[in-house]
Design a protein around this ligand. Structure first.
Ligand code: AMP
Ligand code: ZN
Length: 140
């Protein structure tokens, strides 16, 4: 079995290092992000070590995320946010810095200045069909 003894989120899950814990279950722990993008910015992690969304079994993922409706509502009620972004970074190129699967829950209000630059593009003629064929083939 791989050694994850240096993983900071494994240590948070087991209580070896402290965190501002919001909620926990047999499968998952939620705690405040130490460098929040907004007050109440919360991380939801599995207790078991998975690197990212590619190696977590679907049934475990469902159990981890089953608290999401309650957590989103609680964050909005507690912070006065009018929205929440749920974000998961898989891979360094997507911004992942801690390689233990986690979901960001980021409270949002109008005009808070957060958010992606949503630089939407478009497909050149015929390219969408090629991409669609590649992705559907990869899904089998
Ligand atoms: P990501 O870039 O998606 O891997 O996000 C990692 C997040 O973990 C960042 O938002 C960090 O602020 C947060 N983080 C790192 N160490 C801790 C910690 N000890 N307690 C709480 N949050 C942490
Ligand atoms: Zn870990």
């Amino acid at each position: 079995m791989a050694d994850h003894s240096d993983c900071i989120f494994c240590k948070i899950a087991s209580g070896k290092i402290p965190s501002a814990r919001v909620w926990s279950s047999d499968d998952a722990v939620a705690f405040l992000d130490v460098s929040p993008l907004a007050e109440g910015h919360t991380l939801l992690i599995p207790r078991r070590h998975f690197t990212d969304l590619r190696d977590v079994p679907a049934d475990v993922l469902a159990r981890i995320l089953s608290v999401a409706p309650k957590l989103v509502g609680a964050l909005m009620n507690a912070t006065g946010a009018t929205g929440v972004n749920v974000l998961q970074n898989t891979g360094a190129s997507a911004g992942q810095a801690v390689f233990h699967l986690h979901f960001h829950f980021i409270p949002r209000v109008e005009g808070d200045g957060l958010g992606f630059r949503w630089n939407a593009g478009s497909y050149p003629s015929g390219r969408a069909d090629e991409v669609l064929a590649a992705v559907t083939a990869a899904m089998v």
